[in-house]
Design a protein around this ligand. Structure first.
Ligand code: ADP
Ligand code: MG
Ligand code: MG
Length: 889
């Protein structure tokens, strides 16, 4: 196979093979933009290497060929003594993993070619300085990345040198200093890697390529992938790119930019520039960058060209792009571009802006945003009217309102989060080692770095609140405190609040309020009165609603939730759990039902419950007037409504002879009902069949409530759902009784209330015999919480603590099957049930009512399987609507 592609052979659609960076370098090359020539080694070669520990046959030869072609094009050979071709060896996977993997610059330098480089660079002190600085960077990066030596050792040697010179700036170091540093670095290599620094350029390149392959499995890369749900087996491509130099003097430099503001979507010039520096200096925050707009003053020609290129890229990619560039002695080079990460709010604004600019259509705009982003916009914000004490302001790097105790290291953040504490991770700047802490924290605050710094980029990707570059703060990580202007000292453990939308940092806890997007969904804020974001959300939701095939219902058990869900766009209730109606004061009535010894006693208990249930249903029918309301008959085991066995035993024992007969009977009943495996015990339809009159009472309450509503001029649409059915015979028995009651109530009230009768599919047997069950069911609702439990054979209430962490670590599943529907197992059962159920009854209504109904990936699955609706908690309804629209486009 072809393992190596020249930059002019690929294109942006080959990300699987060439990785994002390689594919986009190729795309820019084809667009005629100034990209330093080079080639890309495919992810396929990487996968082979990771699997077998050796590079695939033929790779060597192909690299040789492409290198020879590159050398010919550049008119110099790799590491040639008098005029060396130097290259960078850069990682680049399909999905961007900022800073997670490795890159080595300046490959091709050695004790000979360093002189050639100095001469070519113009000789003299400046040429020498540049060449030796480049060389020491190579030994340093190579030592750390390829040979696995602790990077601190090199940093320390550099610091020692600076201290000896009495300076703290790299700029004060001279050629001789860097030359000495190269010697010191080589010594470090010798000592810690047990080998000499390789001077053969081809060997340097080969080792670097392998190191990049291996960096795919670095700890932090693995952690990042898990967090971002990136598959573990993709591998990375490797880009070999001829070097250009931003460190050739003040007429050179390097920078990063966005084609628009990644925090708001506003068009403009956003980026950072650093004169006389090489690649990583910008991101690493070694020296302070200047805003990109300054470049106009520094180098107008390059600046204008850069703006023109940015416009070209936006029009070409029809999206926000971020770029890396370098200027070598007044000549601009493009080193990277990609469709850039952005905040959730910016995603909506940019999508509609692009529609207005005529770059994309309305439908495409819907695909440019995600349910996860919408969910983020529904987070609360700080209360504007509350008292608060602002102590500093940084950059609004990633929005949200975060409150927590200040911690100063990743470890402390993880520790505290483990204890369930909310923390804000405070650092001068972050690096990839801080990832675990960033995941654990509510928000991230840094004192250095701009919107393109590591903290900002990673936080935005994770949807984590971040304020960066709060330069007024003096952060002392070691002492565990920071100082703000006016002598305010915040120690580890003190509570602070940070606003990622404005960049403000507050002392203490600031109360939070609802987001305007929620107000818009609730109907208290009209789209026309909202800001750009609210208007954008309104437009995108309108399009998603128009496109989607799935209906969206709510899981709601009371009139308030039902009303709220309806405002959010619910088209009915997919799951109304009736057991909540047996709690509180009504518990006593349930006890009476359980203790009943005679037919009469039982009927009396049921008669007492019935009017209460009727009221509940009437309220819900009113809130959902004209829309279907699926009511599930009582599901959980009865003992859940009774006192705890141990407590009651103790109580009765302590009372001794004084224990009331009532308590003794209760204890007996609780003992009788006690189960080893209640989840698999007497519950659902089984209860209905064992306790005469229980389901009948519920059905009567439903029918009477509906009749009452109908008489009041309403339009109730009840659907009665029987839980935990495993065999059609169970359903038939209950259905027969239910029908009789419906007919009876019809006669009594003189109002005919049609009610569909259906079942939940939440046991594998139900799914597998769906063809039979559909004979007796007018609808199915997939109860995917129980179906997941029973398919996997593990209990949702116990697994999280017991072993899910380990399972996720081992990659046995990428996400908890309780969060995201397990397509292969549970999903397969759903497909079978949907197909066979519809074969029996073509107009069978199909829905889903587990937690999965509001999970984006699961919503897409439901669309694919052809369900009629998803049902989820009221707050997730907008998310489900949006994802259903995206699934249909
Ligand atoms: P990352 O994916 O972590 O950004 P890159 O491969 O883009 O890693 O490289 C790291 C830094 O080195 C970037 O700032 C990039 O611009 C710079 N760089 C990479 N290749 C070259 C090159 N050929 N010439 C000059 N600078 C380079
Ligand atoms: Mg890069
Ligand atoms: Mg269930």
């Amino acid at each position: 196979p072809k393992y190596v592609y020249d930059f002019n052979e690929g294109n942006k659609d080959l990300k699987d093979l060439l990785g994002g960076k390689g594919a986009n370098l190729a795309e820019m090359t084809n667009l005629g933009l100034p990209v330093p020539p080079g080639f890309t080694i495919t992810t396929q070669a990487c996968r082979h290497y990771l699997e077998h520990g050796t590079v695939p046959d033929g790779l060597q030869e192909q690299v040789d060929e492409h290198l020879a072609a590159l050398e010919k094009q550049m008119g110099k050979r790799l590491g040639q003594a008098d005029d060396p071709l130097l290259v960078s060896v850069r990682s680049g996977a399909k999905f961007s993993m900022p800073g997670m993997m490795e890159t080595v610059l300046n490959i091709g330098l050695n004790d000979d070619s360093v002189h050639g480089l100095a001469t070519v660079a113009g000789g003299g002190a400046d040429g020498e300085r540049f060449a030796w600085d480049s060389y020491r960077r190579l030994v340093q990066m190579f030592g750390k990345t390829v040979l696995g030596i602790d990077g601190e050792l090199f940093e320390d040697a550099l610091d020692d040198l600076k201290r000896a010179k009495g300076t703290d700036s790299d700029l004060a170091l001279e050629a001789g200093d860097f030359r000495a540093l190269v010697g010191a670095y080589k010594e470090i290599v010798r000592e810690h890697a047990g080998r000499e620094f390789p001077t053969d350029p081809r060997e340097q390149m080969e080792l670097a390529v392998k190191a990049v392959f291996e960096s795919w499995n670095a700890d932090r890369a693995i952690l990042y992938r898990r967090q971002e749900r990136i598959p573990a087996d993709l591998g990375t491509a490797v880009n070999v790119c001829s070097m250009v130099f931003g460190n050739l003097g003040m007429d050179s430099g390097t920078g990063v930019a966005f084609t628009r503001d990644p925090a708001t979507g506003q068009q403009g010039i956003y980026g950072d520039y650093l004169q006389n520096a090489q690649g990583e200096d910008v991101v690493a925050g070694i020296r302070n960058t200047v805003p990109l707009t300054e470049l106009e003053r520094i180098d107008k020609k390059s600046y204008d060209e850069l703006l023109a290129i940015m416009a070209t890229l936006e029009n070409h990619y029809r999206d926000l792009c971020d770029i890396e560039f370098t200027i070598e002695r007044g000549k601009l080079w493009m080193l990277q571009t990609r469709v850039g990460k952005r905040t959730a709010g910016a995603a909506f604004c940019i999508a509609t802006q692009l529609v207005d600019q005529g770059l994309i259509g309305q439908d495409e705009a819907v695909t440019r945003v995600t349910g996860a982003q919408l969910a983020q916009l529904m987070f609360p914000r700080f209360d504007e009217s509350a008292d608060r004490r602002q102590i500093a302001r940084g950059m609004n790097a990633s929005p949200g309102a975060a409150v927590g105790r200040a911690v100063f290291s990743s470890e402390r953040a993880v520790e505290a989060a483990g204890r369930g504490e909310a923390v804000i991770l405070v650092r001068r700047e972050t690096n990839p080692d801080d990832l675990a802490g960033m995941v654990a924290a509510q928000g991230v605050l840094t004192s250095r770095g701009g919107k393109t710094s590591h903290a900002a980029v990673v936080a935005r990707g994770m949807g984590k609140t971040c304020v960066c570059g709060a330069e007024e703060l003096d952060v002392d990580v070691r002492a565990g405190r920071f100082t703000a202007p006016g002598g305010v000292v915040v120690e580890e453990g003190d509570v602070i609040s940070i606003d990622g939308s404005t960049g403000a940092v507050y002392l203490g806890e600031v109360p939070v309020v609802n987001s305007p997007v929620v107000e818009y969904f609730e109907g208290s804020l009209a789209a026309a009165d909202g800001d750009e974001l609210v208007k954008a959300v309104d437009r995108i939701m309108a399009c998603a609603d128009e496109k989607r095939a799935l209906r969206v219902r709510a899981n709601a058990d009371n009139p308030e939730d039902a009303a709220r869900a309806r405002r959010f766009g619910a088209e009915g209730i997919g799951l109304c759990r009736t057991e909540h109606m047996f709690l509180g004061d009504r518990r006593r009535l349930v006890e009476a039902l359980v203790l009943a010894e005679t037919e009469e006693e039982r009927q009396r208990a049921l008669d007492a419950l019935e009017p209460l249930q009727r009221q509940d249903f009437a309220g819900i029918f009113e809130a959902m007037d004209g829309l279907p309301v699926t009511i599930r008959l009582i599901d959980p085991p009865l003992h859940e409504f009774l006192p705890d066995l141990t407590e009651l035993s103790v109580q009765v024992a302590v009372a001794g002879n004084d224990a009331t007969p009532q308590d003794r009977r209760l204890l007996e009943a609780v003992r009788r009902l006690h189960e080893q495996n209640p989840m698999l015990g007497l519950r659902g339809v089984r209860l209905g069949l064992v306790i005469p009159g229980l389901f009948a009472m519920q059905v009567r309450a439903i029918a009477e409530a509906a009749a009452e509503r109908r008489r009041a001029g309403g339009d109730p649409r009840p659907e009665i759902m029987i839980p935990l059915v495993g065999a059609v015979q169970e359903l038939e028995a209950v259905r027969e009784e239910a029908r009789q009651i419906l007919a009876q109530v019809g006669r009594e009230t003189g109002v005919d209330v049609p009610a569909m009768i259906g079942t939940m599919i939440e046991l594998p047997r139900a799914a597998l015999t769906a063809g039979q069950i559909a004979e007796a069911a007018e609808f199915f609702s997939f109860g995917t919480n129980d179906l997941t439990q029973t398919t996997w054979g593990f209990s949702r209430d116990d697994v999280e603590a017991a072993f899910f962490g380990r399972y996720l670590e081992l990659g046995i599943f990428g996400a908890s099957p309780f969060e995201t529907l397990d397509r292969d197992g549970v999903g397969r059962l759903i497909r079978i049930a949907a197909e066979e159920g519809r074969r029996t009854r073509p107009d069978l209504k199909l829905g889903i009512c587990g937690e999965h109904g509001g999970d984006p990936d699961s919503v897409h699955f439901c669309h694919e399987v052809g369900l009629d609706y998803v049902s989820c908690s009221p707050f997730r309804i907008p998310v489900a609507r949006l994802e259903a629209g995206r699934a249909a486009i």
